[in-house]
Design a protein around this ligand. Structure first.
Ligand SMILES: Cc1cc2nc3c(=O)[nH]c(=O)nc-3n(C[C@H](O)[C@H](O)[C@H](O)COP(=O)(O)OP(=O)(O)OC[C@H]3O[C@@H](n4cnc5c(N)ncnc54)[C@H](O)[C@@H]3O)c2cc1C
Length: 309
C-alpha cells in the first residue's frame, strides 16, 4: 500500500506531530509525504530526512501558505490517484483538512486512530476515550487522522527520501486568510512537552492563573495547560485547553491544579505517565486517576511547592 502523510509545519519547521503519523503510515506500507506551503525548502529537506520516508511531494505556492482546507484538500485529492491512504496528524489543522479530502473522495474518515491492526482495520477511542472501537473499512482509499500520543515518533534523521515538486490548483477562491493570533511562548509546546502544569477554574482569575501556574511551570521547564472552565472564564488562552475538545497530551508528568477531573478533561490527559493532582476536595474525581494527590488549598500548596523546587 502507498501512503501519503500530510506534513504539519509552519513553513519553516516540521512539527513533531508529523513523526507519529509517519510511524502509523509505515505500518500500512510505503511512506510518501506531502509538504504544502510557501517557501518550504527547509521543511522539505527535514521531511526527506525522516527515517522510512520514500518520497516527499512538495507544493510550494502562496495558496498553501496558511493551510486553508479549501486549497489544500484538492491538492491532496489530486495525489490520491497514486496513493491508497492519506494520513493526517489529528491536530487542529489536520482535522480541518481531512474531512474535506474524505468528502471529495466519497469515503468515510477514520478519525483519531490509536493503532493499525491491519491494512483496513484500526482502533479508535469512542465515548471520550471510555471505550476503544475496532473499525474496519471497505473503502478503496483511506483517509485517516492519527492520535499523536498513540504512536512513537519516527526518527527525524537518517532517512533519504527523494524530493519531487508537485502543483495543484492553487487558490480555489473559496476562502481567504484574514489573520492569526498565535500565543507566543518560550515554553515547550503542549502536545510534545515532557511535563505539563495545568490550572482549572479554582484559580479564579487570569492574574492568579499566571501568578500560581507560570512560576511552577518555569521551575519544571513545563508547558502550561488549562481546563475548559479556565479557558471559558478567560483565565488562559484557548490553545491551552486540554481535553476532549482541546489537546490530547501524554507527558511524563501532568500536574493538575484546581481541576476537578471531569470526564472530558480526563479524555485529554489520562494517558500521562505520572499524574499529580492538587485539589482541596478529597473526593474530586481527579484523585481517581492521580498517582500523587495533594489535598489542600492550591493558593497555599503551589507557592510552597514552587519555592521548595
Ligand atoms: C462536550 C463537552 C466537551 C468538553 N470538553 C472539555 C475539555 O476539552 N477540557 C476540559 O477541561 N473540560 C471540558 N469540558 C468541561 C468539563 O465537563 C468540566 O466542566 C471542566 O473540565 C471543569 O473544569 P475545572 O475542573 O477547572 O472546574 P471545576 O469542575 O469547577 O473544578 C474546580 C476544582 O477546583 C477545586 N478547588 C476549588 N478551589 C480550590 C482551592 N483553593 N485549592 C484547591 N482546589 C480547589 C474544586 O474542589 C474543584 O474540584 C467539556 C464539556 C462538554 C459538555
Amino acid at each position: 500500500m502507498k501512503t501519503l502523510v500530510w506534513v504539519e509545519h509552519d513553513n519553516q519547521s516540521l512539527k513533531d506531530a508529523t513523526l507519529s503519523a509517519v510511524t502509523a503510515a509505515a505500518k500500512l506500507g510505503e511512506v510518501h509525504l506531502l509538504v504544502a506551503g510557501k517557501g518550504v525548502d527547509g521543511v522539505a529537506q527535514a521531511a526527506a530526512a525522516i527515517t522510512g520516508v520514500g518520497k516527499v511531494h512538495v507544493a510550494d505556492d502562496a495558496a498553501y501558505e496558511h493551510f486553508l482546507a479549501e486549497n489544500v484538500a484538492p491538492l491532496i485529492v489530486s495525489l490520491m490517484g497514486t496513493h491508497d491512504a492519506v494520513l493526517f496528524p489529528a491536530t487542529t489543522t489536520g482535522k480541518n483538512i481531512a474531512p474535506r479530502v474524505a468528502a471529495a473522495l466519497d469515503v468515510m474518515q477514520i478519525s483519531d486512530i490509536l493503532s493499525v491492526e491491519g491494512a483496513d482495520t484500526f482502533t479508535r477511542p469512542i465515548y471520550a476515550g471510555n471505550a476503544i472501537a475496532t473499525v474496519q473499512t471497505s473503502d478503496k482509499k483511506l483517509v485517516i487522522t492519527v492520535r499523536g500520543t498513540a504512536f512513537a515518533k519516527a526518527a527525524a534523521t537518517g532517512g533519504s527520501g527523494t524530493i519531487e515538486a508537485v502543483s495543484g490548483e492553487g487558490d480555489k477562491g473559496l476562502s481567504t486568510f484574514a489573520g492569526a493570533e498565535i500565543a507566543k511562548s518560550e515554553r515547550p509546546e503542549l502536545t510534545s512537552a515532557k511535563v505539563i502544569v495545568s490550572g482549572g477554574r479554582a484559580l479564579g482569575s487570569s492574574e492568579q492563573f499566571h501568578a500560581q501556574i507560570d512560576p511552577l511551570a518555569d521551575k519544571l521547564g513545563a508547558a502550561v495547560g488549562a481546563s475548559r472552565a479556565a479557558v471559558d472564564a478567560g483565565y488562559a488562552p484557548n490553545d491551552y485547553q486540554v481535553g476532549q475538545t482541546g489537546k490530547i497530551v501524554a507527558p511524563e508528568v501532568y500536574v493538575a491544579i484546581g481541576i476537578s477531573g471531569a470526564i472530558q478533561h480526563l479524555a485529554g490527559m489520562k494517558d500521562s505517565k505520572t499524574i499529580i493532582a492538587i485539589n482541596k476536595d478529597e473526593d474530586a474525581p481527579i484523585f481517581q486517576v492521580a498517582d500523587i494527590g495533594l489535598v489542600g488549598d492550591l493558593f497555599k500548596i503551589v507557592p510552597e511547592l514552587t519555592e521548595k523546587l
